[in-house]
Design a protein around this ligand. Sequence first.
Ligand code: GTP
Ligand code: MG
Length: 584
Amino acid sequence: MFVVATAGHVDHGKSTLVRALTGMEPDRWAEERRRGMTIDLGFAWTTLPSGGTVAFVDVPGHERFVPNMLAGVGPVPAALIVVAADEGWMPQSAEHLAALDALGVAYGLLAVTRADLADPGPATARARAEIAETSLGAVPAVAVSGLTGAGLPQLRAALDRLAAQLPAPVVDDPVRLWVDRSFTVRGSGTVVTGTLGAGRLRVGDELELAGADEPVRVRGLHSLGEARPEAAAVARVAVNLRGTPRDRLGRGDALLTPGRFHHTDLVDVRLAGDPAADLPATLTLHVGSAAVPVRVRPLGPDTVRLRLARPLPLLVGDRALLRDPGRHHVSGGVRVLDVAPPPLGRRGAAAARAQVLAELDGRPDLAGELRRRRLIRAGALIRMGVPVHAEPVAGDWLADPAHWRRLGEQLTEEVARHAREHPLEPGMPVDALRQRLALPDRVLVEALVRPPLRIHAGRVGAASANALPEPVALAVQRVRAEYGDRPFRAPEADRLVDLGLGPREIGAAVRAGALLRLADNVVLLPDALDDAVRVLAGLPQPFTLSAARQALDTTRRVAVPLLELLDRRGATRRLPDDARIVVT
Ligand SMILES: Nc1nc2c(ncn2[C@@H]2O[C@H](COP(=O)(O)OP(=O)(O)OP(=O)(O)O)[C@@H](O)[C@H]2O)c(=O)[nH]1
Ligand SMILES: [Mg+2]
């Protein structure tokens, strides 16, 4: 199926043409038929000579109903522009064309109607010239009469050719069905209709509805007036929803594939129309079938930040339109650059942001998003419309490779610093590291730990077979507190017992390198050895045990085994007369 929206000034014959082509009545309301004027969107379809189906979204031409027109053309990628031969180019011809241009509609046809009333030549020439200046470019034109039927075969053939040009729909994309109508069918409940531009809907599907906590379920599907088990894009569809009250949703809402869209009320966009400086501070944003008031904050020469009055499911790259409802003026098109932009708190943040935006073109760019966001969950990026084809660093977290490398270095530094400041702790707690590195999830800390670092009992430290148990670590810490300024006074045996340092605890501390054992029940802090060598080197050489004991301000109990240990390590040498020298 191929869906095309009409466009054109009031009374130029859009509905008459749709009626003549399809045999269906696009003006659904009694009031429309009474007034001979379309007020709201109409829907009709027919089979083309090729056998394909064209569905029309017929829009109102009257200036007052431009918002309805925009809800109709928003989700539709092709337009049938209608200009009356006898009236020619008129204000809403121009406004509708400006809207199509702003939305970037690239496929279209010109039908010059009421060709039985006037020579279609001048209207055709003017309209084609106007259209050529827009995203539609040069379009084929057909002169027709809805009254006599002249030109209708040529128009059908032209519609077939247009359908053949349209890009193939992406049926495995997520669904974002912008609702253009909702009503109640007795016995079935709520039904909504829309143009399915991408993806596939099936009876039984669960869909997300913005603002609803619960998913909604597809109870039934209709397309072209017939019930179907499934509908694939592109299609006009009517969706019967189970258990969803009618007042829960209406035009401008969207039914979504769950988890695939980010609802946002803040977007940064590039303007295709007027420069940012000329934009009023408040406008209406039209996207899909939605129309939402927005506040405009200029950023760069052609970029602005929009604060939406209510959140919409927008993706990077979406086209939308800004309109000034007061002035009946399409301000221009926008392209969504960022659906989750950073706040602009600091001074100068707006200017910096403008520079970032200047580099963006609305094409989803994974590497760029990672560079800017540094760390983000895959699910969050997918919901922004950025395809994820990179391996997560942990869980579903993705990281900018350079940032991840820096974090790894930072982690090593933090662990080393912690070890210096707390030498007796068996590593730095994972959560303390998470905070120091400002990481949002501890799985990230865990993923950053690489050998020789390792995680043991919730701490990150150098891999060691014997991490110090906490009570021992605390006891050692107390030893350090008490003896740190008298490094060669070993705690007496009963003090060691008081501190909870029995032979096993001392063994553990020695294996972990937290204590130095000189003899049973004689322990020093491990840095004592180097200090001792320094002190002894300051003595006249050779020196006696007694001179060493005095210089170290300690007892024989410590001095004897300490000097023997230094001898064994080759730091001192014992001479035949029992005096010693420091080996340099
Ligand atoms: N003679 C003649 N009259 C036409 C033709 N097409 C439309 N009309 C008449 O023009 C008037 C407006 O036609 P519509 O089809 O309602 O125009 P429209 O563009 O749908 O108008 P809106 O939906 O209100 O914007 C009606 O009275 C039609 O009968 C045509 O080809 N020839
Ligand atoms: Mg009409």
